[in-house]
Design a protein around this ligand. Structure first.
Ligand SMILES: [Zn+2]
Length: 71
């Protein structure tokens, strides 16, 4: 989806929605301490079929999430 190409309907009309800040609890469904930092994400939405994806912007945030919620 990052290549602006929908994996579902193969449309190239993909919308890149402004990042916004999301709590990791939104991703995992787990309750997190309020001290845990928020993460920046970017959402991609297909303008043709409505399929959407959310990407974590910062690789460091992914490491933090893995540490916190990984197996
Ligand atoms: Zn699509």
């Amino acid at each position: 989806m990052k290549n602006m190409h929908c994996p579902k309907c193969h449309s190239t009309e993909v919308i890149r929605l402004p990042g916004g800040i999301q709590s990791p609890s939104t991703l995992s469904g787990a309750k997190t301490p309020s001290s845990f930092k928020t993460i920046n994400t970017t959402q991609y939405c297909c303008a043709n079929c409505g399929y959407s994806e959310v990407w974590v912007d910062n690789p460091e945030d992914l490491k933090a999430l893995l540490k916190k919620f990984g197996f």
